[in-house]
Design a protein around this ligand. Structure first.
Ligand SMILES: NC(=O)c1ccc[n+]([C@@H]2O[C@H](COP(=O)([O-])OP(=O)(O)OC[C@H]3O[C@@H](n4cnc5c(N)ncnc54)[C@H](OP(=O)(O)O)[C@@H]3O)[C@@H](O)[C@H]2O)c1
Length: 352
């Protein structure tokens, strides 16, 4: 990278779980960073490491962000709402991982392997999708394009890191508090009761919680509603029927989905396997094998397995796992920035 090619890159939320993955990805993928400007909430002194150096991560400075070529927002919805439109209006490419703009028709909602065509040179604010639907949106994209998916039913098994750093800390402390159970052997399996949590709706250690977000009047959680709406947008399929049950489980990273896809016409598992094996961004396990959050966590691609016929000749069943912090957030955002560079839209604006 010559100095002239390098980009000034801002990261708001650099000290968070997604932010730290994002910094590591910028290094690993050799993104041409000339100057990195990391920010945190500013509530406490903070620093991050980049290319072997410690950099201070203070509270947000709009002035410093306005001098960047691209800003990654990986912090909170409030910060995204306050910064996103202002930065974009100043000409800064701004890629947000929060839910703030995902349903805004004027903000492209992008998974590069699936709908890079929805990027626009004059829309400098771009949203990344909900981490739960990313795996399905990638895995089913080619099936949808070539055969047509008319209905999706799914159950998610979502890791605790998807709820942020504080939720993960709570899982570990609940686990530590319970780890004395069962010592001495024998007896009945422990009964833990519903449990309480200050962050998730119930205690998460040794549990499964069928609530991610708030429930709406229709009985669906906000996560379930988001998955449906965002999948329709990303696949450009306004008529797609989606029914989801989102469940938080005590895994650390990697969201898993059991999905049933009803196609427009009959599709054999063998033909589906051929289509899935050429789907960009997807690794399909061989028959009899499958990914788990532990095997697919920390990996870039979406992983799938257990492909089989569903209840009818038009239905397929599939197990999908993707890392919520990578493809579900940081990696997707970096891939968006890489795509903007490939198009020549993201380039250095300032020489300091
Ligand atoms: N976790 C996931 O799997 C996932 C997946 C997709 C999308 N997302 C989205 O990505 C974003 C970050 O998630 P996360 O899991 O990384 O959360 P996190 O670990 O809790 O980190 C939050 C980050 O945002 C910073 N922050 C909080 N309030 C801020 C403010 N008002 N101004 C500037 N910075 C602020 C925090 O700084 P301090 O260190 O100072 O607190 C921290 O760096 C969220 O919008 C989330 O919805 C997360």
């Amino acid at each position: 990278m010559s100095r002239a090619d390098g980009l000034a890159v801002g990261v708001v939320g650099a000290t968070g779980m997604v932010g730290r993955e994002l910094l590591a990805l910028l290094e690993r993928r050799r993104f041409p960073v000339r100057a990195l400007r990391p920010f945190s909430s500013g509530r406490a002194p903070a620093a991050v490491r980049f290319r072997g150096r410690a950099l201070a991560a203070p509270g947000v400075s709009l002035r410093a962000l306005a001098s960047c070529d691209v800003v990654f927002l990986v912090s909170s919805e409030e910060a995204a709402l306050a910064l996103g439109p202002r930065l974009a209006a100043l000409g800064v490419w701004t890629i947000d991982d929060s839910a703030a703009f995902r349903s805004d028709k004027n903000t492209p909602l992008i998974i590069p392997e699936v709908n890079a065509a929805a990027l626009r040179a004059d829309r400098r604010l771009i949203a990344g999708p909900n981490c739960t639907l990313t795996g399905l949106a990638v895995a089913g994209a080619r099936l949808h394009r070539l055969v047509g998916v008319r209905e999706v039913r799914l159950a998610s098994y979502q890791s605790v890191s998807g709820a942020g750093r504080a939720a993960l800390g709570e899982l570990f402390s609940q686990h530590a508090a319970l780890s004395g159970f069962g010592r001495g052997g024998g007896g009945r399996a422990p009964m833990l009761g519903a449990g309480v949590s200050s962050i998730l709706p119930r205690a998460i250690a040794y549990n499964a919680i069928p609530q991610v977000g708030r429930f709406g009047a229709d009985g669906y959680s906000s996560e379930e509603t988001k998955v449906a709406a965002e999948l329709r947008r990303i696949w450009s399929a306004p008529g797609l029927k989606v029914s989801a049950t989102a469940v938080r489980v005590p895994t650390i990273r990697g969201h898993a989905l059991a999905a049933w896809l009803t196609m427009n016409r009959p599709l054999s598992p063998a033909r589906a396997r051929a289509l899935l094996s050429k789907t960009p961004g997807l690794v399909l396990s061989r028959d009899g094998d499958y990914p788990t959050p532990r095997s697919a966590g920390g990996k870039d691609p979406v992983h799938a397995g257990r492909l089989r016929q569903g209840a009818t000749a038009k239905e397929l069943a599939l197990w999908i796992v993707s890392d919520n912090l990578l493809k579900g957030a940081a990696l997707n955002s970096v891939q968006v920035a890489e795509e903007l560079r490939r198009r020549g839209w993201l380039k250095p604006r300032h020489f300091l």
